[in-house]
Design a protein around this ligand. Sequence first.
Ligand SMILES: [Zn+2]
Length: 388
Amino acid sequence: MTQVTKLFTVFFFLVAFTFTSAQTYNTFYGNTVNQVSASNILNDLTTFENFGTKQIGQNALTATKDWLVSRYQSLGYTAIEEQPFSVSGTTAHNIIITKTGSLYPDTYVIIDAHYDTINGPGTNDNGSGTVLLLEMARLLANINTEYSIKFIHFSGEELGLIGSEYFVNNTVIPEDLDIKVVFNIDQVGGVNGTTNNRIYCEEDRSAPWNNNAASALATQTLATCMALYSTLNTEISYAYGSDYVPFQNNGNIITGLYEKNESPYSHSPQDLLENMDPNYLYQVTRGALGAALEFAVATNPLGVKSTLFTNGITITPNPATNYVNITIANELQKNALITIYNVAGNAVYNSTPTSAKQTVDVSRLQRGFYLITVQNGLQKTTKKLVLK
Ligand SMILES: [Zn+2]
């Protein structure tokens, strides 16, 4: 391989990498995330807490199940399945709600949270994940997604991941379910009286190993979305001890969220709203919804894929020397942005255009290959830029 070929190979690898792993702020996703309601979350959390302790075999667990089913019905969902399984002589239920994708109806993004509790009402573990799913489902109800979504409320988690194990053995494996990613949400309610500004994004670091790299990429996507659509800082951690485990054992691609400040009250009667930080849960919900929109590839109501609409933006000359002229055919939008990235993927230039014709001074940039991205509303284009 010649030196020049090598350089091009490295360059195109970096381009491919940039396109598959780096997300930028998506106005449509952002507008959707801005509709997350803190009071909805609080109302649902209060209802969940008032059911009391929800152990297998207790009436409170059945009442919570019926409430969840009715909430999805009122949100307009019709494909709602109660999947029964037996645990030491009593029957418990997973609740599976399916939203059909427009382009890949047979490939699923699974978003799950367990709703059973132990030794207490479990308002954080896992009322937090439960109501997060409800709020997410409310905002996704009327949005087109390319992939299908299954919202799953698992039961029997606290007794050893019984519901999720049952689902994998009795649905995923026999139906050979095609799963894009499993996004598990467990205990994301924060701790009252502490600064809750950090969230664990959990990746697969266990055997089997062949699904670990894809999990790392999904988790990176999750962390990026948390950063883009919430105020929280992220920390990559490892997945363990929750409902994604049976999926990961089956070779599926998993990711998950868990609070960084771990509540000392889980599995106790003190796992209550008063010991949580509802604003933290609000922020987690925003970020998680952003990730759900990204994983399921949501499109705006006009059906225009917001990241692929590239017409109407021209960049000349290319190759360039001292100046690059950018022309935007449509009216300038609030989010208009010009960014130039070097081959390492770092932004080396950033500006907000003030008119539809903009000249960018590139005379001080090193000569070589770059990527230039111009965004204007739903229009976005990324091109290779050569400086010589
Ligand atoms: Zn839990």
